[in-house]
Design a protein around this ligand. Structure first.
Ligand code: HEC
Ligand code: HEC
Length: 382
């Protein structure tokens, strides 16, 4: 009974959030006691979030399995083959760099660097994202330029600065490891034929299997009240309310799937990155980047599309200040491309203790790391 009525009130309240601010408490103990009671309820009955007008209420949740294209069910055989290909440097022009060189399972499937290093040690212009949960993304890359995991894999393998691979040569190299790859392609696809398309499909199947949903926050969602400590619980509440994070980082993946300008365009300066504008050509897309998932975010630093933030506290201090909002210089007065920081970002007035609790909550989203102990591909010849 309470379920339906609470869902109704929570949607109503969300649209009129001003009336539902956190009550004032004399002590932290009282606040925490109130939070424990409120957050013991199902998420639909949690305190209403702080959302700006027009932002839909998509509550945080545990994700289900990733969707897949028709006929491309990520079977165990496809995933195992994809794992081998993901680690195999045969997919690059130099035969020295594999996907796993930049997406290392021990580092949250990222690389721990600010900017990625491509084939022949060339520096790329963006930070390597982690891949857990990537099967759920509706647009791929920081600027959303790739429509699918298959297209993304083709792009990175053939890109001259990333892996510089040649599809025909790759197919020939794999076919030459007779006792390893042909039987695995047969197990995955029904016959031994090795094609570039099947390589991409197997890699994508493997990536769709990199699921999320085993963090302490997910256990809390499943009803284990002690899975979050007091600081983390308070951080969750701040994330949804005063810190305004739920305006963009929402739903099971902590992302609305949209692109926003967080004030990090570096317009006209070193590190300038026009983001989504380079894909759409639209003036309003200058400096917009896809809202990244925050699952496992504790393990994928340094942060942001350029990896220029080495500490989470630094990221949160900047959010607390409302993020950069560059002013136009004289010669930029009429520049139609001058980037506009999202109006959803505002100064937050969070105390240092509140920022510490918010950070603690973000770290509760980390999941047990996946270990890949032996290289799952045949060694290269001498
Ligand atoms: C040289 C380092 C490097 C290598 C090698 C590499 N990646 Fe990446 N990967 C990156 C970087 C950097 C980005 C972000 C680029 C951007 O958004 O413009 C990225 C983005 C991605 C994304 C998008 C993630 C998201 O959240 O949108 C996927 C998926 C991905 N890589 C998979 C792969 C696969 C599969 C391979 C091998 C075929 C691979 N990568 C090889 C560095 C690398
Ligand atoms: C206007 C939408 C919006 C709001 C509100 C917002 N974010 Fe973000 N967030 C983004 C976008 C977009 C990026 C990527 C920006 C970039 O790289 O230029 C990002 C990046 C991040 C990153 C770095 C992730 C990574 O993998 O590098 C963290 C951490 C983060 N946000 C946390 C938060 C927290 C905590 C809040 C609340 C205080 C918040 N965000 C509020 C849109 C938003």
């Amino acid at each position: 009974m309470w379920r339906l009525s609470n869902i109704l009130t929570s949607t109503l309240v969300a649209t009129a959030f001003a009336a539902t601010a956190t009550p004032e408490f004399a002590t932290r103990e009282e606040l925490l006691a109130w939070l424990r009671t409120e957050y013991a309820k199902p998420p639909a009955a949690w305190p209403a979030p702080v959302l700006d007008e027009g932002v839909p209420h998509r509550e945080l949740a545990t994700p289900g399995p990733a969707p897949f294209p028709e006929g491309m069910e990520p079977t165990r055989e496809k995933k195992e083959l994809g794992l081998s290909l993901f680690f195999d440097p045969r997919l690059s022009g130099s035969q020295q760099i594999s996907c796993s060189r930049c997406h290392d399972p021990e580092k949250g499937w990222a690389d721990g660097r600010s900017l990625a290093q491509g084939v022949f040690m060339g520096q790329l212009t963006r930070n390597t994202p982690g891949l857990q949960g990537v099967g759920h993304h509706t647009s791929i890359f920081w600027d959303g330029r790739s429509p699918s995991l298959e297209a993304q894999a083709a792009a990175v393998i053939t890109h001259p600065k990333e892996m510089a691979g040649n599809p025909e040569k790759i197919v020939r190299r794999l076919a030459a490891v007779k006792d390893f790859y042909p039987p695995r392609f047969k197990a995955a696809f029904g016959d031994e034929s090795i094609t570039f398309e099947r390589i991409l499909q197997a890699i994508a199947a493997f990536e769709r299997g990199l699921t999320t949903g085993r963090s302490r926050f997910d256990r809390f969602l499943a009803g284990k009240q002690d899975a979050l400590n007091d600081a983390e619980l308070h951080g969750l509440h701040l994330f949804r309310t005063q810190a305004r994070c739920l305006n963009c980082h929402n739903g099971p993946h902590f992302s609305d799937g949209l692109s926003h300008n967080a004030g990090l365009t570096y317009y006209g300066r070193r590190f300038e990155d026009l983001g989504r504008h380079t894909v759409t050509g639209k003036a309003e897309d200058v400096g917009r980047f896809r809202t990244p998932s925050l699952r496992n975010v504790g393990r994928t630093g340094p942060w942001m599309h350029h990896g220029l933030f080495p500490t989470m506290r630094g990221v949160l201090n900047l959010y607390n200040a409302g993020m950069p909002r560059p002013a136009r210089k004289d010669h930029q007065k009429d520049d139609p491309l001058f980037p506009e920081t999202s109006p959803l970002l505002k100064p937050l007035h969070l105390s240092p203790d509140q920022r510490a609790d918010l950070e603690a909550f973000l770290m509760s989203l980390d999941e047990p790391p996946m270990r890949v102990l032996t290289p799952p591909f045949p060694p290269l010849g001498p």
